[in-house]
Ligand binder design. Structure first.
Ligand code: KIV
Length: 264
């Protein structure tokens, strides 16, 4: 596999080939995922929950994101490395640019931001200055306290229409990738078909162009509440490498996520 870029993912979408993303937070796992062929590695602010043990992602700060991005970038050779801008690190276009520049300098090749059209000025500012952007809509965990919990978004027609509109607005502003989290399959399908850019789903059904999982969920080491959209690939995969290979294979074949992982 040669180096994955946004152009690779766009071509895969155009050719109907599904791609695989997984979160990574250190060099060793980044290398293992990269070796096995994961297309995208995300340094997610989910590290606030799975590494730091928090109830949500809100306490994660820029220094922590920079540290983990640097670690992952050292392990990744071919996979596209994307880093999250954490809570309250992108309130204005200038602040967004300063913080995105730190993540890019640490080895990210794209930054991800949660939210809708209120981010469009920042997205334009970043892309004009050479920073590729990934959007994130649906259940955006940094807004968990606005939603009143980790809840499926876009179930009623008004909300679904709103998420659809935001997706188009973000694309027009210049995002090159979109994560859609915990939305009904029908909405994910409408958005994936309407957008030129690739869409990565998590809890959005098999209809998106790619899938992403938090690595701890893919290995069944998430304690407490286990979300419906996850799968422990270690059970059939046997070991870590086998689990990653199985995840990539099932995404490519369209068998993961199955109906039991989807929301209506
Ligand atoms: O922080 C994260 O890991 C994420 C993924 C769940 C998409 O944003």
């Amino acid at each position: 596999m040669s180096k994955i870029t946004t152009a690779t993912l766009l071509k895969m979408k155009q050719e109907g080939q599904k791609f695989t993303a997984i979160t990574a937070y250190d060099a060793s796992f980044a290398k293992l995922f990269d070796d096995e062929g994961a297309h995208v590695l995300l340094i997610g602010d989910s590290l606030g929950m799975v590494l730091q043990g928090g109830d949500d992602t809100l306490a994660v700060n820029m220094d922590e994101m920079v540290y983990h991005t640097r670690c992952v970038a050292r392990g990744a050779e071919k996979s596209l490395v994307i880093a999250d801008l954490p809570f309250m690190s992108y309130a204005t276009p200038e602040q967004t640019y300063q913080n995105a520049a730190r993540l890019m300098a640490a080895g990210a090749r794209m930054v991800k931001m949660e939210g809708g059209e209120w981010l469009c000025d920042s997205i334009r500012h970043l892309t004009r200055n050479g920073v590729p952007v990934c959007g994130h809509l649906g259940l955006t965990p940094q807004s968990v306290h606005v939603f009143g919990g980790f809840k499926v978004q876009g179930r009623d027609e008004f909300q679904a229409q709103e998420i659809y509109r935001q997706a188009l607005a973000l694309q027009e502003a210049g995002i090159q990738l979109l994560v859609l989290e915990c939305v009904p399959v029908s909405l994910a399908e409408r958005i994936t078909k309407a957008l030129r850019i690739p869409v990565i789903g998590i809890g959005a059904g098999p209809v998106t162009d790619g899938q992403i999982l938090v690595m701890h969920d893919a290995f069944g080491i998430t304690s407490g509440y286990v979300p419906k959209f996850t799968k422990n690939f270690l059970i059939q995969g046997g070991d870590l490498r086998g689990a990653v290979r199985l995840y990539i294979k099932e995404v490519a074949e369209g068998t993961f996520p199955g109906p039991e992982h989807c929301f209506n």
